[in-house]
Design a binder for this molecule. Structure first.
Ligand code: MN
Length: 140
């Protein structure tokens, strides 16, 4: 089964580009705005979220805040997608709790793939750890 990714991006061209890059290896669910993805996450939780920062309505940073505030979603890997490719921005986004940051336009597919693979690896590690802890607690 392919890992699942929620793509939150208001620009249809960028959504199409992400589909072209990723749909062979990942199952993508697309959202056009923050309210949409927060609704969608109530129904099903993906393995990772690619989250545009500049969105109509609530922006990506606010969406991330709400994800991190939700116990069920707290550990979800979330990668920021933003056109504001400034170094200070990167700091700000990582501090806000994003796992990583990929700047747009996405010219290097490999950078995007590496960020996704790292996020998924962190999720797997975390799941293994909680399984181990649950097992240890059971044995006690
Ligand atoms: Mn946007």
């Amino acid at each position: 089964m392919k890992p699942t990714i929620a793509v939150v991006e208001d620009n249809p061209d960028n959504r199409m580009l992400l589909q072209a890059f990723l749909s062979d290896d990942y199952e993508l669910t697309e959202y056009e705005d923050g309210v949409g993805v927060l609704e969608g996450l109530k129904e099903s939780v993906p393995d990772l979220v690619l989250l545009d920062i500049s969105l109509p309505g609530i922006d990506g940073v606010e969406v991330l805040k709400r994800i991190r505030a939700d116990a069920r979603l707290r550990s979800l890997p979330v990668i920021a997608l933003t056109a504001h490719a400034m170094a200070s921005d990167r700091e700000r986004l990582l501090k806000a709790g994003f796992d990583d940051y990929v700047s747009k336009p996405i010219v290097d597919e490999e950078i995007l793939r590496a960020a996704i693979q790292q996020g998924l690896a962190r999720l797997r590690k975390q799941e293994e750890m909680s399984t181990t802890l649950a097992f240890a607690a059971e044995k006690r």
